[in-house]
Design a protein around this ligand. Structure first.
Ligand SMILES: Nc1ncnc2c1ncn2[C@@H]1O[C@H](COP(=O)(O)OP(=O)(O)OP(=O)(O)O)[C@@H](O)[C@H]1O
Ligand SMILES: [Mg+2]
Length: 368
């Protein structure tokens, strides 16, 4: 029986697409890249490819700013690193995984930045049993993702880089400037030179304490790209539906996704994030993160509830309860803001549009 995994990496999930793109890739390719920049673009932004068996449609995976994706690809083909910054839940990690899988064929060569990340985790460490038995030698060396990236000519991803102390982050500077990592303990064998194809993709969250703590010297070695939240409600609705469908499939939840409820959630998240509703009425913005990723999780939770406890149809009461949980987890004042939003914007929509909006407005009494 095939093994089942909760969330395999992109290169496994999209193995067929990547193979087709590679087999039919006619674009110019930087040395050691898995796909050409043209094919990487198609993989991430969707498009058609002509194969021997006919035309194949590659679905879009990242919505929003196509020019940003192109700039990211071009940066990665050069000798500066790529730093994706932005609000939480704007798909920085997703984009960095997609770029890495498409450019290198692998997305898992990753360092996760935390307050506890050390220089060893960024450069190299030792297998102490082998070190004691054989002394410092290649066999005893435990390479970091950075070192693996340099030797194989692939990307190293550095997630949440600014959660790592600045002096630790700075150990990247010499590698990024000289493309060399020195391992003094190895004497003759100790100079690791980066192969073509090596680069670094960092991600950093502008909400968490962070980006400013990056040293100027390190910042200068990266091209920064800011990933903005999705601005178009229809796109946000599409993302919620697509992600909920994917999650439902992997969770063996076999029920159709209620697209009207997805739309209501997309509108709610969009208007609370932007601070203005579709009638031009100012909305008090909650301090909580109103990201698309949060909307997906509220929607999927509601779907799961309907599957396990309900009759298979989305219950607006449950959706509002999940929304309250997501919005009011950090600051109790956000509940009042949500209440205000229901009192004006949701009420107006329930009167104008009716339908499920009416059911949604009826759940306002839960905001006590
Ligand atoms: N522009 C977008 N296109 C496609 N999916 C998106 C977009 N924005 C958000 N999403 C959805 O949000 C999910 C979360 O994205 P991801 O975890 O990559 O965000 P992040 O920016 O890395 O967040 P954090 O800062 O919290 O680490 C994605 O898996 C996707 O479902
Ligand atoms: Mg992330």
């Amino acid at each position: 029986m095939d093994k089942v995994f909760i969330k395999p990496p992109v290169e496994i999930r999209c193995a067929d697409e990547l193979r087709l793109l590679r087999e039919n890739d006619t674009g110019k390719k930087p040395e050691n890249w898995f796909l050409s920049p043209k094919a990487v673009r198609t993989f991430i932004l969707g498009g058609k490819i002509k194969t021997a068996d006919g035309t194949v449609i590659i679905p879009r995976k990242f919505y929003g700013n196509d020019a940003l994706v192109e700039r990211c690809i071009i940066t990665l083909a050069g000798n500066r690193g790529l730093m994706l910054v932005g609000e939480p839940g704007t798909a920085k990690t997703m984009l960095s995984e997609l770029l890495s899988a498409a450019c290198c064929g692998i997305s898992t060569n990753t360092v996760q930045g935390t307050a506890g990340t050390t220089e060893d985790m960024i450069k190299y460490s030792w297998n102490y049993a082998l070190l004691l038995a054989k002394g410092p030698c290649r066999e005893a060396l435990v390479p970091s993702p950075l070192l693996i990236g340099m030797e194989k000519g692939i990307f190293a991803r550095f997630e949440e880089i600014t959660r790592t102390p600045a002096e630790i982050q700075d150990s990247l500077i010499s590698v990024m400037s000289d493309q060399i990592l020195n391992i003094p303990e190895l004497e003759d064998d100790g100079l690791i030179l980066a192969r073509p194809g090596f680069n670094i993709i960092g991600t950093a969250n502008t909400r968490d304490k962070g980006v400013n703590e990056m040293s100027g010297a390190l910042k200068r070695r990266f091209n920064f790209e800011t990933v903005e939240p999705v601005k178009d409600v229809r796109l946000e609705k599409e993302i919620i539906i697509r992600e909920a469908n994917d999650l439902a499939r992997s969770g063996h939840i076999d029920m159709p996704v209620n697209t009207d409820a997805a739309e209501i959630l997309a509108v709610t998240y969009h208007e609370l994030r932007e601070g203005i509703d579709s009638d031009g009425i100012v909305v008090d913005k909650p301090s909580a993160v109103m990201s698309t990723a949060e909307a997906v999780s509220v929607f999927y939770q509601t779907l799961s509830h309907a599957w396990y406890y309900g009759n298979g149809t989305v219950d607006m009461k449950i959706m509002t309860q999940n929304l309250i949980g997501a919005v009011c987890k950090e600051n109790k004042d956000d509940l009042e803001k949500l209440r205000g939003y229901f009192r004006t914007s949701v009420k107006n929509k329930s009167e104008k549009a009716g339908g499920l909006w009416k059911d949604y407005y009826a759940t306002a009494k839960l905001l006590k």
